[in-house]
Design a protein around this ligand. Structure first.
Ligand code: GCO
Ligand code: CA
Length: 261
């Protein structure tokens, strides 16, 4: 049975994988046998990240480029194909958030979030997808969010982008399933990462709120994403197309409960 999940010999490219959920998902892929290619933006972060991966005994290469720049993405993907090997798995994880009430949000900020969280995954999928379609094999995983389904004060741009990413996933699945390329998404619930650090501090009302709102009664641990990431990257999911798997401790299953219960 384990061969269904074995990624030995497969090249996996994970964007924004120098920290946080991206790093946890890349580590899971590496432990399942994949050769890792990590994309990031900052040289110092990359250096630190590669060290961490290697300490885990993982085979890893780093490529610094901005996923919103199509020329750079195209160039770097061609280099990865040459220098490391055919990309079998692409995880579009790089993302950003701005927490600003809609009435106060500058259009430039709104556009920036859409560019990174939605246009970036489109560019990467297009540029890697053309190789995958040609080879009639590939796995693309788009990292969605609770905000692909739900709204929340201050995150209008992020929610618009992540809702869009869910539909981009379904559309690319529609176009590429016939070429044996599976495009799916993972929607993490509330996880303990750098991104949520400002709202996770002890005593912050949002910290209590999330623990209460999540049926599992806790924040997600980045390692909670490992199984779903490997599943959607492996032969086990070869007939799974255009699905978003929410790894959220049950948040989307429930309306919640009164705060005194
Ligand atoms: C927020 C959080 C979320 C999470 C995650 C939820 O401000 O609500 O940062 O956006 O990061 O995406 O799924
Ligand atoms: Ca992060």
């Amino acid at each position: 049975m384990t061969h269904l999940f074995d990624l030995t010999g497969k090249v996996a490219l994970v964007t924004g994988a120098t920290h946080g959920l991206g790093m946890a998902m890349a580590t899971a892929l590496g432990k399942a046998g994949a050769t890792l290619v990590v994309n990031g933006n900052t040289p110092e972060k990359m250096e630190k990240a590669l060290e961490t991966y290697r300490q885990e005994g993982l085979d890893v290469k780093g490529y610094l480029f901005d996923v919103t720049n199509e020329e750079l993405a195209k160039e770097n993907i061609a280099r990865i194909e040459q220098e490391v090997g055919p990309i079998a798995i692409l995880v579009n994880n790089a993302g950003m958030i701005k927490r600003i009430p809609a009435l106060e949000m500058e259009v430039a900020d709104f556009r920036k979030v859409l560019d990174v969280d939605l246009t970036g995954p489109f560019i990467m999928s297009k540029q890697v997808g053309k190789y995958m379609v040609e080879r009639r094999a590939g796995k693309i995983i788009n990292i969605c969010s609770m905000m692909s389904e739900l709204g929340r004060d201050t995150v209008s741009a992020y929610a618009a982008a992540k809702g869009g990413l869910k539909m981009l996933t379904k559309n690319l699945a529609t176009e590429w399933a016939r070429y044996n390329v599976q495009v799916n998404g993972i929607g993490p619930g509330y996880f303990a990462t750098e991104q949520t650090a400002p709202i996770r501090v002890d005593g912050h009302p949002f910290n209590e709120f999330i623990i209460h709102r999540t049926p599992a009664g806790r924040w997600g641990d980045p390692e909670d994403l490992a199984g779903t990431t490997v599943f959607l990257s492996s032969k086990a999911s070869d007939f799974v197309n255009g699905q978003i798997i929410y790894v959220d401790g049950g948040i989307l299953a429930t309306i919640g409960k009164p705060s005194n219960e």
